[in-house]
Design a protein around this ligand. Structure first.
Ligand code: ZN
Length: 327
């Protein structure tokens, strides 16, 4: 994975999350030279963009690097990847914020900003298990459910720039309400929040004593790790809820396979990481039942390999590859 940068050149990959900011400095072979991480939100009301600048600067200090070629950023959307403007990020209080322009001014280098799911998929496609594939679908179930689409070695953005909203694929026309206002979206049926709501109900009526003892019935406390522990502790009804949600992800993925015909599907995110086997089993079942046999034949279904580094690595690679556009 080299050839885009010359020896002695560096780029920075940035991951902007709802809870954490991370910046990593990479050399021309994408080896880590410096790394910095802090909470996204400041207790003293420091604006996110200033915290971000500090996070990047401290990663550069740690790497003992003064000059860089560019910065790649993965951020939650909605955003416009063509202009690098963050349209609305409620968690970070950014509204129509020109992030690419801001970082370009601050660090005097080219900047690309893209959706974190696209960037994470790109990282897995470049450095993970599916780097030999030309078309990859990345699906990341978490608080929301997003997909990254790579067709013929390029991220597919669509007319709007926002292609890949698999979380709002309708799976049950009369299903539960989703955060987007529609009914029966994948996200409303299978996100971590949807799972937590069902599991909290089980706990409240005495059907999930492990969850009740460890998390109570607070949805935000019922996280992926706790769910995985409950399954290990033998909580069958909790396992049933998770399996059903994973199956829905498989149904949606099967539908996406019918339309895109990818060579590989990569599944990532906290839920998949904490229960890879159980999760994969149900996703594969959903795909088998809902993708056309000819389209699913020989498609590799794998779990993500890069964990927390998928976005920083993908973002660093994206800017390195696109430096030519800024010359
Ligand atoms: Zn929705």
């Amino acid at each position: 994975m080299d050839g885009f940068l010359s020896q002695g050149e560096h780029v920075v990959g940035v991951d902007i999350g709802g809870t954490k900011l991370m910046a990593v400095v990479y050399d021309h072979k994408f080896k880590v030279k410096g790394r910095n991480k802090r909470k996204s939100k400041s207790s003293k009301g420091e604006p996110t963009e200033e915290r971000l600048t500090r996070t990047i600067q401290e990663a550069l200090d740690e790497a003992h690097v003064d000059t860089i070629r560019g910065i790649g950023v993965g951020s939650p959307g909605p955003l416009d990847p063509r202009t690098g403007v963050i349209i609305d990020t409620p968690n970070l209080a950014w509204k129509n914020f020109p992030l690419a322009q801001y970082l370009k001014k601050t660090f005097k280098v080219p900047v690309v900003v893209d959706n974190d799911v696209n960037v994470g998929t790109y990282g897995e496609y470049r450095f993970g298990e599916v780097s030999d594939c030309e078309s990859v679908l990345g699906v990341f179930p978490g608080t929301g459910i997003g997909a990254g689409i790579i067709i013929d070695r390029k991220v597919f953005y669509g007319f709007s720039g926002a292609a890949g909203e698999i979380g709002h694929m309708t799976l049950e026309v009369d299903g539960p309400y989703c955060g987007c206002g529609k009914r029966g979206c994948l996200e409303g049926l299978a996100s971590r929040v949807a799972i937590a709501a069902n599991v909290a109900a089980l706990a409240a009526r005495g059907d999930a004593p492990f969850i009740l003892a460890t998390c109570g019935t607070d949805l935000s406390a019922i996280r992926s790790g706790a769910l995985a522990d409950a399954v290990k502790a033998g909580e069958k009804m909790v396992e049933g809820v998770i399996r059903k949600a994973a199956y829905y992800v498989g149904v949606a993925t099967g539908n996406a396979i019918n339309i895109l015909s990818p060579e590989a599907v990569v599944l990532g995110g906290g839920l998949v990481e904490s229960m890879p086997e159980l999760y994969l089993e149900e996703v594969k079942r959903g795909i088998k039942e809902h993708a056309m046999p000819f389209l699913r034949k020989n498609v590799r279904i794998v779990t993500a390999k890069l964990g927390d580094d998928a976005v920083v690595l993908g973002a660093a690679c994206m800017i390195a590859e696109r430096l030519g556009e800024f010359e």
